[in-house]
Design a binder for this molecule. Sequence first.
Ligand code: NAD
Length: 366
Amino acid sequence: MNFIELVPVVRMALSKEGLVTTSAFENIDSYERLKVSGYDFPEDECVTILPGDDKTAFISALQNQVTPNTKAVVLKGIGAIVNNGGGISKPVNSVEGRIIIVTGGAQGFGGGIAEELYEKGAHIVVADLNEKVGLELIQKLKAKSKSNKAVFVPVNVGDSDSVKGMVEKTVLELGGLDAIISNAGILRAGGLDEMDPETFDLMTKVNYTGYFYCAKHASKIMKLQSQVDVNHYMDIIQINSKSGLKGSNRNFAYAGGKFGGIGLTQSFALELMPNHIKVNSICPGNFFDGPLWSDPEKGLFVQYLNAGKVPGAKTIEDVQAYYEKQVPAGRGCRVADVTKAIVYVIDQEYETGQAIPVTGGQEMLK
Ligand SMILES: NC(=O)c1ccc[n+]([C@@H]2O[C@H](COP(=O)([O-])OP(=O)(O)OC[C@H]3O[C@@H](n4cnc5c(N)ncnc54)[C@H](O)[C@@H]3O)[C@@H](O)[C@H]2O)c1
């Protein structure tokens, strides 16, 4: 096992009385070097261990030596993992104390989900292409002065190495990974005459392949964690769309990728349930309050008004009312609606391989 694989194993061993977070330091490979680096605790609160080639033997040696008082684990010749504490034995909800990555977490649905999960006590990694907006969100979360952690990690979900790096950075900074919300997505509408192959490829790369990369790299860490604690259930959650349940006129590149995502979800679920990793998609309806629809310059409401797409509409409000009327619940989907579904999915050990509509009744399962 390399250092990145050892860290989540150690974190789970340290989490006997509730999930902790850790900080990992490659090359700090003795109690003395930890002390020099500013970690000052008695030597008997530091476990020193030599990880051999036998993973099972290492895990059981670790579990035997680690106690609730262990402040750090030194892996001889490799590195050190410091226990940052925070173990909550009775979380108030299913996400408190969990380490959760939200891709596309800087703004829109992802930003809102990151903020709401952080409010509920999760340690949040905001992972996004947009570093500026992502860092602003982290500042906003940190200003809440809560004890849970919030970290920004740059990522391009359309690049496997970048997604791998995102997961590794999460492990080094926080210790492991309990859930990933694969939310980053893009929409470029267009019929067959307008859609060029490059745009189709880009959308497929981000919306479909990006979900595969997230599941691939996240599940590797989660599987290691499940070897230490078989009772620890983890989650891969894709933010899909109602367009993953029903075709979307002149929007096939988006709908096709989202339909495909549900195929991935069902297949990953079959593969990963033995490791207690649940895989589900959540299919929101239109998020009218988000930038995609409401941006005053580029939003879909303005675009549809200018294009005369809604007969008789004279204002943005007319366009919005037209679309709201199509939802039995009479309004667009909100971040809180989606977060409730995420919290349910994480809480429910007996739910995997599903595509859960959160559409106010606009789209129903067949
Ligand atoms: N807005 C809606 O009405 C709606 C409805 C249903 C489902 N969804 C889905 O919700 C998710 C979020 O959509 P949104 O409307 O909030 O989008 P948005 O455009 O407001 O935000 C998307 C975020 O993803 C980031 N991003 C884009 N490409 C990326 C990449 N390659 N790597 C990393 N980050 C990247 C962007 O920087 C941005 O912060 C998408 O998967 C979308 O399909 C949206």
